[in-house]
Design a binder for this molecule. Structure first.
Ligand code: CA
Length: 226
C-alpha cells in the first residue's frame, strides 16, 4: 500500500511517515504544501491520502475538492486543529472519509489509516481469509492451513496487496506503483523475486496454487473464501 501525506509541519509529516512505514509496512510520500500534494495525488495512484487543512499554496479543502471533482475515489483522512470543527463538517460533506484532531495519538492515527485503506479496497475486516490463507493485517502475520508462515516485509506487502485485490489480475506495474514511494528506482524484476519467494512459502504443497501467473498480464490471488 502507498500513502501520500500532505502536511507542512515537516517533523509531524516525518513522524507519521515513519509510523506508517514501520507499523503498517506502507510506502509513503510526503508533500509539504497543497500544490505539490495535489500534483502527486493526480499523478500517482495512492491507497490513502492524509491531508492537513492549513497548507501553503493551496489549502487542504481545495486539494480535496479538486480531487473529488476529478472523480478520484481514494480515501482521504483529514488532519485538523482543535478549533476547525466547522471545516471538518464541510470537508466530510465534500468527500473526506475521516479525520483526526491534533494533537492525536499515533496508535489511533495508524488504526484509522489502516481501517480506511481496508474499506477503500472493499474488505473492511482486519483478517483476510482466502483459499486456506489467513492474513492478519493488524499484526502483519500470515497462516496457511493454520500454520504460521514467515515472510520478509516485502513479501508480506506484495501478498497483502494481492489479497486486497483477490480474484483480480494485478500487473507488475500496479504492484510497483503501490508498494514503493517515489524515491525508489522501480524495477519490475524485483516483483518476480518476491512472487517466487511467496510461491515457495505458500504454494509448495499439493493442491491448487494460490498465486496464479497470467503471462504478460500479471498475478492473481485465488479469491475463494475458505
Ligand atoms: Ca498546517
Amino acid at each position: 500500500m502507498r500513502v501520500l501525506i500532505v502536511e507542512d509541519e515537516q517533523r509531524l509529516a516525518e513522524n507519521l511517515a515513519r509510523g506508517l512505514r514501520e507499523n503498517a509496512g506502507y510506502a509513503v510520500d510526503i508533500a509539504l504544501d497543497g500544490g505539490q500534494g495535489l500534483f502527486l495525488a493526480e499523478t500517482s495512484d495512492y491507497d490513502l491520502i492524509i491531508l492537513d487543512l492549513m497548507l501553503p499554496k493551496l489549502d487542504g479543502a481545495d486539494v480535496l475538492r479538486r480531487l473529488r471533482a476529478a472523480g478520484r475515489t481514494v480515501p482521504v483522512l483529514i488532519l485538523t486543529a482543535r478549533d476547525e470543527t466547522e471545516s471538518v463538517i464541510a470537508l466530510l460533506n465534500a468527500g473526506a472519509d475521516d479525520y483526526v484532531a491534533k494533537p492525536f495519538d499515533l496508535g489511533e492515527f495508524l488504526a484509522r489509516a489502516k481501517a480506511l485503506i481496508r474499506r477503500g479496497k472493499g474488505r473492511p475486516a482486519p483478517v483476510l481469509r482466502l483459499g486456506g490463507l489467513e492474513i492478519n493485517t493488524a499484526q502483519r502475520s500470515v497462516r496457511r492451513h493454520g500454520a504460521a508462515v514467515a515472510l520478509t516485509p516485502m513479501e508480506y506487502r506484495v501478498l497483502e496487496y494481492l489479497a486486497h485485490r483477490a480474484s483480480e489480475v494485478v500487473s507488475k506495474e500496479e504492484l510497483l506503483e503501490h508498494l514503493y514511494d517515489y524515491n525508489w528506482e522501480k524495477f519490475s524484476n524485483v516483483i518476480e523475486v518476491y512472487i517466487s519467494g511467496l510461491r515457495r512459502k505458500l504454494d509448495g504443497g499439493p493442491g491448487p496454487k494460490l498465486i496464479q501467473t497470467l503471462r504478460g498480464h500479471g498475478y492473481m490471488l485465488r479469491g475463494e473464501e475458505s
